[in-house]
Design a protein around this ligand. Structure first.
Ligand SMILES: [Zn+2]
Length: 251
């Protein structure tokens, strides 16, 4: 590389730095445009909050229960009414393709603390001592005999964390209390812990067990399951391209 030897060292370093920064910038642009192509969830969420007149045309009702390919009602019922905004494996901001959304976010119509959240399926409810806005329910997996799964519900508290919207029947420290499908768990809120609140909703995810049968960290996509077959609805960005979400078509 005799050619470069004639260049002064600071200039060489400058060129290398420029190439590196250019590469990082191009990579970031590529990742962001891929995420934008993969997900239009934020456009629907923005419409939900900016145009309240459009809400009726965007929302899913709990009562609309889809049928499975065997023409049976889907095992899970939606836990709340509203816009199914963020989907499973959704890279829309504040998530990324490297850290996608692990459940579904349902944005309700009403004030924080007034839009009910219900158990999607019967099971044993636990609320850890330090859980202000969350509950988790353990289930026998209706789609895979012998497997234990969990459904997790969160953001059920006031924005500033001053009070919880979890139902009084489930105080902190509740462990393994049976709840039927459709039991009131609490109300949608804006609480996001240390994160930035993104408007009132409930986050719902289906969580895998670890080897000891305990629930795993639901913030990691690999620890969660695609909720689509449990609701017989297309609930990933690759399958759902509009709102409200329609039922999965019969095979
Ligand atoms: Zn969420």
């Amino acid at each position: 590389m005799t050619f470069f030897r004639r260049w002064p060292k600071p200039l060489l370093l400058g060129v290398a730095l420029a190439l590196l920064l250019g590469g990082v910038w191009a990579g970031r642009t590529l990742v962001l445009s891929y995420a934008a192509a993969r997900s239009d969830s934020n456009a629907y969420i923005a419409r939900w909050f900016l145009d309240s007149g459009a809400r009726a045309s965007l929302h899913n009702a709990r009562a609309q229960r889809c049928l499975t390919p065997l023409a049976q009602p889907a095992p899970f019922m939606l836990p709340s009414d509203g816009l199914i905004g963020l989907l499973w494996d959704d890279p829309a901001a504040p998530y990324t393709v490297f850290n996608p959304h692990t459940g579904i976010d349902i944005f309700g119509d009403g004030a924080p603390g007034t839009v009910p959240v219900y158990a999607a399926y019967g099971g044993y409810l636990t609320r850890l001592n330090d859980w202000l806005s969350s509950v988790i329910i353990r289930h026998d997996d209706p789609l895979q005999a012998g497997r234990t799964i969990w459904t997790y519900y969160t953001h059920m508290a006031a924005r500033d964390g001053s009070h919880s919207f979890v139902a009084a029947a489930f105080p902190p420290g509740t462990a393994n209390v049976w709840v039927d499908q459709g039991t009131l768990l609490g109300y949608q809120g804006e609480y996001a812990g240390a994160g930035a609140p993104i408007g009132m909703h409930v986050h719902f995810s289906i969580v895998r067990s670890d080897e000891n049968g305990a629930f795993t960290n639901e913030a990691r996509l690999a620890n969660t399951l695609d909720p689509s077959p449990y609701f017989a609805m297309p609930l990933t960005t690759l399958t759902a391209r509009s709102r409200p979400i329609a039922c999965l078509p019969p095979p």
